[in-house]
Design a protein around this ligand. Structure first.
Ligand SMILES: C[C@@H](CC(=O)O)C(=O)C(=O)O
Ligand SMILES: [Zn+2]
Length: 329
């Protein structure tokens, strides 16, 4: 792998430039008493030394190639962006939607070979495989040796729901997962290489313009960070975000509903990460004032309810404008 991943400056000049004001995220040791306060208050933080995925310290492309002998989910993109689309919503969506990526099943050996021999102009690949028993015995053994005590302690302490999945993420250098939010809590563990993650509070919703709920790009920002359209998205100029670079062994807590943009540095080889998605805690008692993510959840429910009531999702926008329009009040 070229470049010195440990040196942030080598990663920095391998990064794409965005017109954003970004503060640094805190990095805390796993036994820092402040850590649990961050997680309990849905604030992102990088955790060091928790050894969550210490059993993957020997993982690299060769090791995975040796022990993953099946076919795995690989996303293919004709550019560096891997914007997620909901295939179920493609079927029901009223918009003329053309996805920019496709999802294929590919032997790991073919994936590794294409990554190694990639040249400018080739399609880009991003392996995104749910860790299940389709991977080899050694990988399962490594999985069983994750620091489940540590992460289960966090799950219970914060009253989270069940672990829904672990996604194994093997990215080519330079790949980008554009800005989006998820509705689950996420411990994002870095295994190999350095990854850059830019995050925004749920309250930055107005600056990031996520697609409508019924759109296949639901939860994804409409703003192209590489060339923002300020006429359509003027508030993007005021987006206030955070940035961090996570190194092997570090774990980033990405709170649910926080927007995040993830990228692998341009010329530092493939990166490997594993995420841990947990269902959110059930809201026992509603406390006012509501949190910003609760307001995003309410907006989502209004869109869903209107979609059901109106049937034609093209009518949701005009009806909301009628309600919001000052002529009405
Ligand atoms: C898939 C991942 C992004 C990436 O690793 O490229 C992500 O968005 C998440 O774990 O919530
Ligand atoms: Zn995500």
């Amino acid at each position: 792998m070229s470049g010195n991943c440990g040196n942030k400056s080598s990663s920095e000049n391998q990064l794409r430039k965005y017109p954003l004001k970004l503060d640094k995220l805190p990095k805390l040791k796993f036994d820092d008493p402040k850590l649990d306060e961050y997680i309990a208050s849905d604030e992102p933080v990088v955790i060091q030394g928790c050894k969550l995925v210490a059993s993957t310290s020997k993982w690299n492309l060769d090791y995975l190639n040796k022990h993953m002998n099946g076919k795995y989910t690989v996303i293919v993109s004709h550019n560096h962006k891997f914007k997620y689309h909901d295939e179920k919503k493609m079927a029901t969506s009223k918009v003329n939607f053309q996805p920019t990526t496709k999802r294929v099943k590919m032997p790991f050996s073919e994936f590794a070979e294409k990554v190694r021999n990639w040249k400018k102009g080739d399609e880009r690949l991003y392996l995104q495989q749910v860790l299940d028993n389709s991977v080899g015995k050694e990988i399962v053994d490594d999985f069983l040796k994750f620091n489940w005590n540590w992460i289960t302690d966090k799950q219970i302490k914060n009253n989270w729901g069940p672990l829904t999945s672990n996604l194994l993420l093997v990215s080519m250098e330079g790949n980008v997962t554009p800005c989006h939010y998820d509705e689950q809590q996420n411990f994002y563990a870095q295994v190999y290489g350095v990854k850059r993650i830019i995050l925004f509070r749920p309250s930055e919703f107005k600056c990031l313009y996520p697609h409508p709920v019924h759109h296949p790009y639901d939860r994804q920002s409409q703003v192209d960070f590489d060339k923002p359209d300020y006429n359509r998205f003027p508030n993007f100029r005021n987006a206030q975000g955070y940035e961090t670079y996570i190194h092997p062994g570090e774990v980033l807590y990405i709170p649910m509903y926080w927007f995040h943009h993830v990228e692998s540095p341009l010329k530092e080889g493939p990166t490997i990460s594993i995420n841990f998605w947990y269902k959110a805690a059930r809201t026992e008692q509603i406390v006012y004032p509501l949190k910003d993510y609760q307001k995003v959840a309410i907006m989502r429910n209004v869109e869903k309810m209107l979609g059901e009531a109106l049937r034609d999702t093209n009518e949701i926008g005009p009806l909301l404008r009628t309600i919001a329009d000052e002529n009405y009040f």
